[in-house]
Design a protein around this ligand. Structure first.
Ligand SMILES: Cc1ncc(COP(=O)(O)O)c(C=O)c1O
Length: 387
């Protein structure tokens, strides 16, 4: 029996959902799976010491990328856990001071859901609307702050429309009012320069698998001085990570996270320029061929590799089906199991119908010019077919 050759895999333009592991990251992780398998918490022998040294070196390097101190980096399983720890941890620590939290309508469910959980426990949550370009007006944030506001959480860059928020301004307003400021930087880390030494961010979440690193690892940065952010743990046992996030540390994943971040930092400027040119090429080709295309989100203040488009009058579900050669998304991957149209697109003023007629393209490290030309042809053919 002769095996059928594999069909050509679809062109991957869904890098906001996840990214492939960079071979350089894989190489860095390799020894820590089997040869050096020790538990960093084993203080009595060389297996443990070597693992602990690897974790601490990775922590230093991650802190270095963000201009932070290594004692401000706490390892987690990803940005979902980091966001939960930041929001619920500050809430637990600050609960008696104030029970008000401020966030934005366009946040990821990993921020919106813990906020909703707090609401169920009697907290007040302000979900700020954004403008048509997806950006939050700093004056709106200022006006929302109250005496009892315990935390503000606004994402750095959006996972659907790629919009980058005016984080420095938002963080400085919070600092003026002495309210801790958290940002979910799952999409921004590695793509936008983030200097925690200079910025006034108090808590920052990152994730390995969005930056060509491994899945199942992330970090939460927690400011330790001027001011020291008070955070209570959300799980208990073992006392790892200063008791804030107990559990045996996944050494290979942590080593991979550090390497992935460093590669992003080293290549960022060049890579962003490359992605921007490719994205513009895709947009131009689609715009020329398909009338009534609309770009969602701010034209410039967005991630270089993100393009989010509405194809007016086209049914998005049918369009996705016709796009067999292309791996793209009609919203965030986390929300696509739900039939509701994207809450992000609704928040920037799209009707339900328009939101359902939208696609997110996310270009990445190995996206080529040739793939972009092919992708344009596939989309144009699919739109003509569906129309
Ligand atoms: C903005 C944002 N926050 C949080 C997450 C969740 O990250 P993780 O998969 O690491 O839990 C994602 C990933 O979908 C994201 O895009």
């Amino acid at each position: 029996m002769s095996a059928e050759p594999d069909p050509k895999p679809p062109i991957y333009l869904d890098h906001h959902a996840t990214t492939p592991l960079d071979p350089r990251v894989l190489e860095a992780m390799e020894p820590w799976w089997s040869d050096d398998f020790g538990n960093p918490a084993s203080g009595n022998h060389v297996y443990g010491w070597r693992a602990e040294a690897a974790v601490e070196e990775a922590r230093e390097r991650i802190a270095g990328v963000f201009g932070a101190e290594s004692r401000e980096v706490f390892f987690t399983s990803g940005a979902t856990e980091s966001n939960n720890l930041a929001i619920l941890g500050v809430a637990e620590a600050q609960g008696s001071v104030g029970r008000h939290i401020v966030t934005a309508e366009t946040e990821h469910p990993a921020v919106l859901d813990p906020c909703q959980h707090l609401e169920g426990q009697g907290w007040t949550v302000t979900r700020l609307p954004v403008g048509k370009d997806g950006r939050l007006d700093p004056d709106r944030l200022r006006a929302s702050l109250r005496e009892e506001t315990a935390l503000v959480s606004v994402m750095f860059a959006n996972n659907e429309i790629g919009v980058v928020q005016p984080i420095e301004t938002l963080a400085s307003i919070c600092r003026e009012h002495q309210v801790p400021f958290h940002t979910d930087a799952a999409q921004a880390a590695g793509r936008v320069a983030i200097d925690l030494g200079g910025h006034l961010i108090d808590l920052l979440s990152i994730s390995g698998h969005k930056i060509y690193g491994p899945k199942g690892v992330g970090a939460l940065f927690v400011r330790r001085r001027r001011p020291r952010v008070r955070l209570a743990p959300r799980q208990f046992g073992g006392g790892h990570e200063g008791g804030l996030r107990p559990g045996t540390l996944p050494v290979p994943l942590i080593v991979g996270l550090a390497r992935a971040l460093e590669i992003c930092a080293e290549e960022r400027a060049q890579e962003n320029a490359r992605l921007l040119a490719l994205k513009q090429r895709l947009y131009e080709r689609l715009r020329e061929a398909i009338p009534a295309i609309r770009l969602n989100g701010h034209a410039d203040q967005r991630l270089a590799g993100n393009l989010n488009l509405t194809f007016e009058g086209i049914d998005g579900a049918r369009l996705l089906l016709a796009l067999k050669g292309l791996a793209v998304s009609s919203g965030s991957a986390c929300a696509s199991a739900k039939p509701e149209p994207s809450h992000v697109l609704r928040a920037i003023g799209l009707s339900e119908k328009q939101a359902r007629s939208s696609l997110r393209f996310g270009l990445g490290r190995w996206t080529t010019r040739d793939e972009i030309e092919q992708a344009a042809e596939i989309v144009i053919a699919a739109v003509n077919e569906v129309r």
